[in-house]
Design a protein. Structure first.
Length: 243
């Protein structure tokens, strides 16, 4: 597939999942290729189709573990489709929730507030943010690339939280095309579930048993190295494997 076709496919997937309007195509191209970095407003006229959650770098890779807990809860406890996972190129992982229909920004904030209270209240997040730098893009301060990532390999990036080389555009589109948006019925059900949890007795913390494909559950060391090489990453291993 030509470079232009790859870029068009990536932009099409970003629009399908997260963007409300047909933002300037050329502006998106410059951003996604690292020629300039822009923040895109995911809200227009008081509505949004995306909820983005940051998990800031913490000791002992707690940011990755916390992201996994929330991603698992979204799917197992709230019956929502799998979210996208990205590294910011700076100091955080991100979860990306796509909504099939626009909802009021205030309703999105209510959902995020209840989710935060239920599953990751110790994480500091910005409830009012709608301006976000869409991956893939170049993080100006660090020189690293923000990128959507395969969730099964996300823990390998817990230290750097960015890529040293631009991610492949077709691979980025491939991550996104497998994702489904949250339907109106699914969102209403999840919001009602969170509201019930908030008014009931505190629920136990979700177990760290990840649905198939989120963590390195079945990946061999060779699988991990092969995947990272395909992303242009030379792995370093900081942990001692015990028998």
């Amino acid at each position: 597939m030509s470079d232009n076709a790859s870029m068009d496919k990536l932009i099409s997937e970003l629009r399908r999942l997260y963007l409300l309007n047909a933002d300037n195509h050329q502006r998106l191209q410059h951003h996604l290729r690292g020629e300039a970095t822009f923040a895109f407003d995911l809200a227009q006229d008081g509505v949004t189709r995306a909820i983005v959650i940051d998990f800031h770098k913490a000791v002992e890779e707690q940011h990755w573990l916390r992201l996994c807990d929330v991603a698992n809860a979204l799917q197992s406890a709230l019956d929502l489709p799998a979210p996208a996972v990205s590294v910011s190129g700076g100091d955080s992982y991100r979860l990306w929730l796509s909504l099939a229909s626009p909802i009021p920004v205030e309703q999105a904030r209510q959902f995020l507030d209840l989710l935060h209270k239920a599953y990751f209240e110790d994480e500091q997040i910005d409830f009012g943010r709608t301006m976000v730098e869409l991956p893939p893009c170049l993080h100006v301060a660090t020189g690293l690339w923000a990128s959507f990532i395969n969730p099964s390999m996300g823990g390998a990036l817990a230290e750097d939280l960015g890529l040293e080389v631009p991610p492949n555009e077709m691979a980025q589109a491939a991550f996104l095309e497998k994702l489904d948006s949250i339907s109106d019925e699914q969102f209403d059900h999840a919001l009602a579930t969170l509201q019930r949890q908030h008014t009931a007795a505190p629920a136990p913390a979700p177990a760290r048993q990840t649905p198939q494909g989120l963590l390195l559950k079945d990946a061999s060391l060779e699988d991990i190295v092969r995947h990272l090489h395909a992303m242009g990453i030379e792995p370093t291993f900081r942990h001692v494997l015990k028998n």
